[in-house]
Design a protein around this ligand. Structure first.
Ligand SMILES: [Zn+2]
Length: 387
């Protein structure tokens, strides 16, 4: 009897040890705070809960960095981490927050749009928990997130997600995917409230342009492109042609399908006066037939299996042994976003949005994205914000 009790206690302790060793890294990951140093252009910070008060106090409530320009003009929103496992967009947002100055118009930047997904991970796929970006003052550590919000914030999932208001039937997982829950509603599931808050920002502040930055597999046809509905197509096409001709990287336009609901490039256009654009940069890390999902693959995009598939012409992007680095992806997002604003301003001069202080593709690839980040330890503590 005594022996049996000892075995039971031993097994219980073993179970507790597994729980702690397995759970502690995830607990720390959720609580890890990524600093961003707000640059000279940031004039105020608002939150999504300013538009949907029920978000207040939840993990989903996230910061919106606002740059009020020196001169009035048009308004643009740039957002990233709609899918938090596509982090080139996040680094592009941080590049803007730390460096951009707005000469004319107003810029809004939401770096961590799905803040819950940014604290989620995918251990089953062997996702790393963090990735590091080298800078001149040491390396900067970022949380690697997941595509969907964490079930810790939004649970349980339905058997099917019925899109609001279209009633289209989507996968149960899409109820936590902030690129399926647009336009949302103020009293819906948490992620619908997140997208609704952004819709309210676009409508109330009369934002002209919305840019949602993503990453897509090299084996997926909708990659290396701008996805745009009819109303944004002209500006998207001129942008795509210009970056290709002037900056030498490949890009094309994909039309936003009218019958595929819940996506930012569809619903923002249909439910507000804003022109939406969704940017996709190739992210080899997300392709299925790759080697291990390492930080190295996330950062340099080099993979021997993709290389052999590229030789068999199975990829939708040009791909060689140089892979597709994070610097290249951030450079592409930055140049495409800046070019959209430039082309919009040309077409609507009275609503122009002009920025300075932001490097473009060639410069980012040459210097590395880390060279544009400031040391939070040396910055004025009032300008350091945690994501
Ligand atoms: Zn995405």
């Amino acid at each position: 009897m005594k022996k049996e009790k000892a075995t039971k206690i031993g097994l219980l302790l073993l179970f507790a040890a597994f729980l702690v060793t397995g759970g502690l890294p995830l607990w720390k990951h959720r609580r890890y705070r990524m600093p961003v140093v707000a640059g000279p252009g940031v004039t105020r910070i608002i939150r999504l809960s300013d538009f949907v008060p029920s978000l207040k106090g939840s993990v989903a409530d996230t910061e919106v960095f606002v740059f009020d320009g020196r001169e009035p003009g048009g308004k643009a929103l740039v957002m990233s981490n709609t899918h938090a496992n596509e982090p080139a967009g996040l680094l592009t947002s941080l590049l803007l927050i730390e460096n951009a100055v707005v000469e004319k118009g107003t810029l809004y930047v939401i770096p961590m749009f799905n803040a819950s997904a940014g604290r989620n991970t995918k251990p089953g796929d062997g996702y790393p928990l963090y990735f590091d970006v080298p800078t001149s003052w040491g390396s900067m550590r970022f949380r690697m997130g997941n595509r969907d919000a964490s079930p810790l914030e939004q649970w349980p999932d339905p058997d099917l997600y019925i899109h609001y208001p279209d009633k289209q039937m989507l996968s149960y997982l899409d109820v936590r995917n902030t690129n399926r829950t647009w336009p949302g509603r103020p009293d819906g599931p948490l992620m619908e409230r997140v997208t609704y808050a952004a819709m309210e920002l676009l409508r109330r502040d009369k934002v002209d342009v919305a840019i949602d930055m993503h990453g897509a597999e090299t084996m997926f046809p909708v990659t290396n492109c701008i996805v745009a509905p009819e109303k944004s197509a002209r500006i998207a096409t001129i942008t795509s042609m210009t970056v290709k001709a002037v900056e030498g990287f490949d890009n094309h336009v994909e039309p936003s399908p009218g019958n595929f609901r819940g996506l930012s490039h569809r619903e923002i256009g249909d439910f507000s006066a804003t022109l939406p654009f969704l940017l996709e940069a190739p992210i080899p890390f997300l392709d299925q037939p790759t080697g291990p999902k390492t930080v190295k693959l996330m950062m340099d995009g080099q993979d021997p299996f993709l290389l052999s598939l590229a030789r068999k012409k199975k990829l939708f992007v040009p791909y060689d042994e140089n892979g597709w680095s994070m610097d290249k992806r951030v450079g592409q997002h930055t140049s495409v976003a800046l070019e959209i604003l430039k082309q919009f301003s040309k077409k609507y001069p009275e609503r122009a949005i002009r920025l300075s202080g932001v490097p473009r593709y060639a410069e980012i690839v040459k210097n590395g994205i880390g060279s544009y980040f400031h040391d939070p330890a040396k910055a004025d503590p009032k300008s350091v914000h945690f994501q």
